[in-house]
Design a protein around this ligand. Sequence first.
Ligand code: PHE
Length: 359
Amino acid sequence: MTDIATLQNQILSAIETADTPDALESVRIDALGKQGSVSALLKTLGQMSPEERQVQGPVINGLREAVTNGIAAKKATLETAILNQRLATERLDMTLPAPEAPRGTVHPVSQVMDELAEIFADMGFAVAEGPEIEDDWHNFSALNIPETHPARAMHDTFYFPDKDAEGRSMLLRTHTSPVQIRTMTSQEPPIRIIAPGRVYRSDSDATHTPMFHQIEGLVIDKGIHLGHLKWTLETFLRAYFERDDVVLRLRPSYFPFTEPSVEVDVGYSVVKGKRVIGGSEGWMEVLGSGMVHRRVIEACGLDPDVWQGFAFGTGVDRLAMLKYGMDDLRAFFDGDNRWLQHYGFNALDVPTLSGGVGA
Ligand code: PHE
């Protein structure tokens, strides 16, 4: 047997006994690597005479081919074996129950907004929206709060450093009242809308957070008066608190955009040391409201001698606290799953008037 035939037998039997991809790889390096035995033989071809090369060339190349093929075949066999082994061990039983994953709930603020939309839809109110990044004119000026007005300072406004293209200061809306303006300037009266959404004020303690939620109401029509306002608020609060003994107290107040302005208190009774809405043992302020100021109607391009209306605004978070008994507003925005498990709602608890808005 020639030396080459012996070498080939050695390498092929080494391939045969290699039982892991790593062992096979080291056989490959020993034979075909830079310093490998087959590579060394291939290098000798260069020094041979043409006659010698004619004889040795096919022999040495044949060796290289046999080794290359042997390695490729063994590699395929090893990989198939590994795959089969994994398929046999890594089985998934698709019929097993999935592990418990943390599950969210519907946030009380979302739930209350849905309850309010349901209550007001029944009275013929549509839901309107406006941007949270507002300009000065919609948030203040058009609402009869000129630049020098002290009410601007009252709002602890977050302003943006740059003005918009028309030179208006930009800000995070401090209330939902700019949606009154956006609705009156884009829609023909009669108007009946509510506008729930986020508002921002630079304020923070147990009952104030820099971002909170309000809901605005606006009615514009002919011959609207305070009686309509009172009936609407009474109907709304009775439906919301789900009690017929909800008593309202209207107090004269001041907002630049309403005239007259009324603040609305709701009566409560004390049951086992806790305040419960209903009765009139004490009073809690829940709403700001009033008849829309002539100047606001004018600013929106409507004739105040033809169109009148009322508006109201209230804190959604506060309404949620009063109905569902949370006492720290900050927890609303902590995103603590334990709090949400306690106070949150099931996604299927859709509030309906027939089923009870309280879900
Ligand atoms: N925008 C007022 C506030 O944020 C509430 C309000 C709305 C009062 C509409 C009157 C009419 O306090």
